[in-house]
Design a protein around this ligand. Structure first.
Ligand code: IPM
Ligand code: MN
Length: 360
């Protein structure tokens, strides 16, 4: 008998529920084929519920999530709710409450997907960003003083503890050992590169850099270490993405560079990520937003949500099922969808879900 997994499904706002439905469709086909069971519990957390009840998240939300093996999230963001309320109150609140301290963002260009970088193909765009997900300016440390006066002061502090940095780096080194380019048979080394700003942020990235080299030399001598400034990283992501293997970086830089990375892999229609607590409950999501203007039109691309589902299965240990979804997505990109953009796929949202499900 295969295992049973309890999955919390948070469709969220806008097109979130419709892309999540397609991801669930594909996951259920994979479960039948590979002999495991998904027990799905849906939650209506999002903008509509907030507008109706005035509550962003119920008080027992984290407890509720802790009764699951993983979380599948659609998208958060509602046009009638002031920006920040739902993002902070739902997405960031869950990341923090569940201590999902790793944000894993694979950057892979599938065959057949149009890449905005001239002369680059799937062989060139094949790396991973490990974004620290619990510290940095996201902690909310800081404040506004003398608000409204000419002397108003605003501060938002970049905060890291050694323990936070160490746990992220250790996870990134282990990930590199297991999934780096050498481990996957596509390169001579497994390389972990720290992305920072040691030339200006001489406190926070001094800590990161020392921790990185100390840990690497002591515990991971088999892994090649590199360091890049974040601004230069942006340039190379466009010019020479084939240089990269695994990148590790702080929360804000990771947020920014993974949007740039996403566009090089075909955009937010395909990019997915995992908010991981290696010892707890992790949450998988498409990187794109709720795209409210496309809600209910059956035009939004569900592939990113399907890829989030695939990452979830990988995380749960269902490697074969994850590989089958990966192969199916790859084939649908190569032979079916004309473009990854909403309304330009040549198929509707549900049809793209069907195409992937048939291939699994
Ligand atoms: C992301 C998003 C979030 C972030 C926002 C919506 C809070 O941009 O997941 O990358 O900044 O982490
Ligand atoms: Mn982002």
């Amino acid at each position: 008998m295969g295992k049973t997994y309890k999955i919390a499904v948070l469709g969220g706002d806008g097109t979130g529920p419709e892309v999540t439905r397609e991801a669930v469709k594909v996951l259920e086909v994979a479960a039948r084929k590979f002999g495991f069971t998904l027990q799905l519990n849906a939650y209506d957390w999002g903008g509509d519920r907030y507008l109706k009840t005035g509550e962003v998240l119920p008080a027992n939300a984290a407890e509720e999530m802790l009764r699951h093996d993983a979380i599948l999230l659609g998208a958060i963001g509602h046009p009638e709710v002031k920006p920040g309320i739902l993002e902070k109150g739902i997405l960031l609140a869950l990341r923090f409450a569940l201590d999902q301290y790793i944000n894993l963002r694979p950057v892979r260009l599938y065959p057949g997907v149009e890449c905005p970088l001239k002369g680059k193909g799937p062989k060139d765009i094949d790396y991973v960003v490990v974004r620290e997900n619990s510290g940095d300016v996201y902690t909310g440390a800081g404040g506004i003083m003398m608000k409204g006066s000419p002397h108003e002061v605003a501060m938002q502090n970049m905060v890291y503890t050694r323990a936070q940095v160490d746990r992220c780096l250790r996870w990134a080194f282990n990930y590199t050992r297991k999934y780096g380019k050498k481990a996957r048979g596509v390169g001579a080394h497994n390389t972990l590169a720290l992305v920072g700003k040691t030339n200006v942020l001489t406190f926070v990235f001094d800590l990161w850099e020392r921790a990185f080299h100390e840990m690497g030399a002591r515990e991971f001598p088999d892994i090649k270490r590199d360091y890049y400034h974040v601004d230069a990283t942006c340039m190379w992501m466009v010019k020479s993405p084939e240089w990269f293997d695994v990148l590790v970086t702080a929360n804000l830089f990771g947020d920014i560079i993974t949007d740039l990375a996403a566009i090089t892999q075909g955009g937010l229609g395909i990019a997915a990520g995992g908010n991981i607590n290696p010892e707890g409950v992790s949450m998988f999501e498409p990187m794109g937003g709720s795209a409210p203007k496309y809600t209910g039109k059956n035009v939004i691309n569900p592939l990113a949500a399907i890829c989030a589902g695939m990452m979830m299965l990988e995380h749960l240990g269902e490697q074969q099922a994850a590989q089958a979804i990966n192969a199916a997505v790859s084939d649908v990109c190569a032979t079916k969808v004309k473009s990854l953009a909403a309304g330009k796929m040549g198929y509707g949202t549900q049809e793209v879900g069907d195409l992937v499900a048939e291939r699994v």
